[in-house]
Design a protein around this ligand. Sequence first.
Ligand code: FAD
Length: 269
Amino acid sequence: MSTNPSLNAQETAPAPQRPRRVFRRIRVTRVRQLTPHMVRVTFTGDDLAAFAWNGPAAHIKLVFPEEGQTEPEMPTPDGPRLKGVRTYTPRRFDPAVPELDVEFVLHGVGPASNWAAQAQVGQVLIVAGPGPSYQVDPTADWLMLVGDDTAIPAISSILEALPATLKAYVLLEVSDAAEERELSSAAPVELTWIHRGSNQPDVALEQALRNFKLPAGNGRVYVGAEAGVMRRMRHYLLKDLGLDASKIITRGYWKFGDTNYTDHDYGTD
Ligand SMILES: Cc1cc2nc3c(=O)[nH]c(=O)nc-3n(C[C@H](O)[C@H](O)[C@H](O)COP(=O)(O)OP(=O)(O)OC[C@H]3O[C@@H](n4cnc5c(N)ncnc54)[C@H](O)[C@@H]3O)c2cc1C
């Protein structure tokens, strides 16, 4: 042990702690099928008014009931790690009601997709968050938004946050034309839908990005997609197009073959 008293004080000082997550019990009030593979669920809850909406493309943690449970167990700091936790985007929040919308892709496997496919008024989940949001740069000339269907809620919330002066180019990959829908924005938006034909990640979105001629000027790019697809697009933007890394945000929203994929894959490895 060191004889230096100040060093000892440092060594024994408790490590800085991450702020503790607040978990809120939320109840389904509406379920709306947006497209064959996307459902919007609206939640309310006694303590949801304190949910701190912080801007577009943030993320929340949802806890789903495990087998045999009618509602999920409330996580506790010292309790076991819960299996049924997944990452979603707070699509819309109205503190006055209060109510929170979440849009779920029905991809067919997994506790979150399965729950959303049967969601009914009165059912209960637990929510934590939100995590950090996307900071729109109002001084940029244009913003390119690229995503598969899991990123449509995030990209929709970014579009709704744009000033009318910022031109947006949007490439969205969905399985087929039945998944297309209206998105709203004050900004002028050039939106292209890309059909992949199945729910396996493939090259359709990446190819569409490669075929797109990015305009000159001070642009920004946001990508949200399957982790491998996202990495290939990030490589293209940085290495082939030579974009500055500070101008692009790329996020892995899920990973082919992995369950409960991490919420902090920015492809920077
Ligand atoms: C920051 C962030 C925000 C997100 N926001 C949303 C959102 O608003 N809406 C939304 O629907 N998703 C969103 N996702 C993606 C969502 O977290 C994953 O799709 C998650 O895996 C779904 O959980 P699950 O229980 O259905 O499947 P899991 O149990 O996690 O996975 C089961 C199997 O399904 C596969 N799988 C997972 N997602 C898909 C998919 N989309 N298509 C095909 N196969 C898949 C997995 O690879 C695995 O093999 C977000 C992810 C992140 C990181």
